[in-house]
Write a protein that binds this ligand. Structure first.
Ligand SMILES: [Zn+2]
Ligand SMILES: [Zn+2]
Length: 265
């Protein structure tokens, strides 16, 4: 959060989600829950670090658009009206989020970055920001790189960013919402709560951000009927302060490297 519009957005989010979670709570939980201050720090400071990554991602993607994409394809996308671009942008971006997120789980070295997000034990809307900046950058590369490389309009991409922000807050919110039959099409809070579950059966499942049909399609959906996720977090102890969480993946990588380095024995 770096400007007045960011502050207004935050206040609006607070005004919507705090009462929403009181009225439809999935689990009894205090507003001032464990780790709240750390999450506020993530909210205030992460944006500065992520911006650096975003500049690199969009610059390279625009270069790809100008130098590699055939001009006929560029023109065809350019000619699409805003109302056609928006659904296309959301479908393409969420496919990128799905695979980037799945890589963060499947590639052991990358998991240490993403473990920071999964360290949250009391989920609520603010847990959406509890992410290592490298994690945010990688997920944004998955979603935004193809959009800028294909040359969609900034208005359509901006609409996706807006939708994704509210969707992120909603799916982390401590609310009881399952979407009924639509739960196999759209990502609900119930769906993403299972993604954070500490239960073995739910591990490495439900990667999509907006469309749960991607998990259905790629065989990673986990939505047991009539049940909800109860406990969250990872097996290993995680640090609790912002700076220690930023350092966490680097500490793990350094210790692994040391263990494999013959000169260190
Ligand atoms: Zn995850
Ligand atoms: Zn999450």
């Amino acid at each position: 959060m770096r400007d007045l519009s960011g502050l207004i957005q935050l206040l609006l989010t607070l005004l919507i989600f705090v009462p929403f979670e009181r009225l439809f709570a999935a689990r009894p939980q205090r507003i001032f829950r464990r780790g709240l201050l750390t999450d506020v720090t993530f909210l205030l400071l992460n944006g500065w670090l992520v911006t650096v990554g975003l500049i690199v991602i969009t610059t390279v993607a625009i270069l790809v658009n100008r130098s590699i994409l055939p001009s006929a394809a560029r023109q065809a996308i350019d000619d699409l009206p805003y109302l056609v671009q928006v659904p296309l942008v959301i479908v393409i971006a969420d496919l990128g989020v799905y695979w980037a997120h799945r890589m963060l789980h499947d590639v052991p070295a990358m998991w240490h970055i993403h473990a920071v997000h999964h360290a949250v034990e009391e989920l609520d809307w603010l847990a959406a920001v509890h992410q290592h900046p490298l994690d945010v950058m990688f997920l944004k590369a998955g979603s935004l790189f193809p959009l800028f490389a294909l040359g969609f309009s900034t208005e359509a991409i901006g609409t996706y960013v807006f939708v994704y922000y509210w969707q992120s807050c909603l799916v982390h919110a401590n609310v009881r919402l399952s979407y009924g039959p639509l739960r196999h099409i759209l990502v609900s809070p119930e769906f993403h709560h299972w993604h954070h579950s500490s239960e073995m059966a739910a591990r490495d499942k439900n990667f999509a951000g907006i469309f749960s049909f991607y998990d259905l399609l790629f065989g990673s959906i986990y939505l047991p009927k009539g049940q909800t996720a109860k406990t969250f977090g990872v097996d290993n102890p995680m640090p609790s302060s912002y700076l220690a969480l930023l350092a966490y993946p680097f500490m793990v990588w350094a210790s692994r490297f040391k263990r494999h380095d013959p000169s260190s024995t």
